[in-house]
Design a protein around this ligand. Structure first.
Ligand SMILES: *[C@@H]1O[C@H](CO)[C@@H](O)[C@H](O)[C@H]1NC(C)=O
Ligand SMILES: *[C@@H]1O[C@H](CO)[C@@H](O)[C@H](O)[C@H]1NC(C)=O
Length: 343
């Protein structure tokens, strides 16, 4: 429907200026029985991308939105250039379907229009600043990858009037790719059809994949946690009689682990880092109880048995098994953890 109307709008606009009415009239007559959709090729130049808030995963991106289409009524002559300057050419009215447009005051500087060639090739570039939010899937935190998506489309022209296409090279990146605590790793595009009561609309989507920098978490938390578990294990190698020293060591390790957790708190749901803390805590508590058990058995020997050979042998056996099993189980669970986090 609208495609039927818009040539007349244009025609009406052009009638206002004398001189070029004749040319356009003949072209309109030629076109009147052709009713194909206008194909608009879209590409983006990413000028700047940054996080506004890393906790809410809100980001702001400044980009140039290039729209190319063929409008046989507009060739590169003085008349159409005048119309373009006055903002009177028809445009596909592409807007953001996902993401929120931030209006700048310098609107006049943000549009570039050029008609070129004799076939009516049109290029319209608009500079837009968009604020949107990324996914908030923190299950693998701090090893998470989030997807920040923008969607472009039209609320005015359905697919049988305008078909939107991604250009051959849809995205050009000029900005830095390190964003605060994230790194921009990959940009992909796709297109889909949005079915609304008013018709089917073509939607173009672009996805920015951002990956959190996790090195500092590994340095400060994963390494410290492993060190604490190792220290607790070392307590089994200290002289069996020095039980006070062993218990103090285990308790202070637990306290330090809790301190680490409080200071790395991500105030999100259960995530991969919490899983690591829980694993460490289980092993620290186990070493505490293991030490208690050994000291209890020792005291039994001294008090009750006065050095019964069998009892002493069973303590040595328990001790030896703890010494072997503890690192084996810990190492395998840590490897399992690393594997599940990385893949
Ligand atoms: C749009 O892109 C297609 C292929 O990607 C190309 O054949 C066509 O000429 C382009 N149209 C314009 C107006 O640039
Ligand atoms: C970008 O991510 C998509 C989806 O995960 C993937 O299919 C594609 O291969 C990636 N491209 C690059 C260059 O990493």
């Amino acid at each position: 429907m609208l495609l039927h109307i818009f040539p007349y709008f244009l025609f009406f606009n052009l009638c206002l200026s004398s001189g070029c009415v004749g040319i356009l009239k003949s072209e309109l007559d030629e076109e009147s029985d052709v009713q194909t959709a206008v194909t608009v090729n879209v590409s983006l130049t990413l000028e700047e991308i940054q996080f506004v808030s890393a906790t809410n995963m809100e980001y702001e991106v400044t980009l140039l939105l290039h729209q190319r289409w063929l409008d046989p009524r507009l060739d590169n002559n003085l008349c159409t250039q005048q119309k373009a300057v006055n903002g009177q050419i028809w445009r596909p009215k592409i807007t953001l379907v996902k993401g929120c447009l931030k209006i700048c005051n310098n609107v006049d500087d943000t549009q570039f229009w050029r008609g070129f060639g004799s076939k009516g090739n049109v290029l319209l570039s608009e500079k837009v600043t968009v604020r949107s939010s990324c996914t908030r899937d923190f299950r693998r935190y701090p090893f998470d990858i989030q997807i920040c998506e923008l969607k472009f489309g039209s609320y005015v022209f359905p697919v049988d009037e305008i078909e939107l296409n991604w250009d051959r090279n849809p995205i050009k990146i000029l900005s830095r790719t390190d964003l605060d605590t994230f790194e921009l790793t990959n940009v992909t595009t796709y297109s889909e059809i949005d079915v609304r009561p008013s018709g089917n609309f073509r939607i173009l989507a672009v996805q920015f994949f951002v990956k959190r920098y996790f090195t500092n978490y590994v340095m400060s938390i994963i390494i410290s946690g492993n060190l604490l578990v190792t220290l607790s294990y070392a307590s089994f190698w200290i002289n069996r009689e020095r039980i006070n020293f062993r218990l103090t060591m285990c308790l202070s390790n637990i306290a330090f682990l809790i301190y680490l957790h409080v200071h790395s708190c991500s105030n999100t749901l259960i995530n991969a880092l919490d899983l690591f803390f829980v694993t460490c805590l289980i092993f620290l508590i186990f070493s505490l109880f293991g030490n208690c058990l050994v000291s209890y058995l020792l005291s039994m020997i001294h008090v009750v048995d006065k050095g019964n050979r069998n009892h002493q042998r069973s303590i040595i056996l328990v001790h030896r098994w703890i010494k072997i099993l503890y690192p084996v189980i810990y190492l395998s669970s840590f490897l399992l953890y690393s594997y599940s986090v990385i893949y």
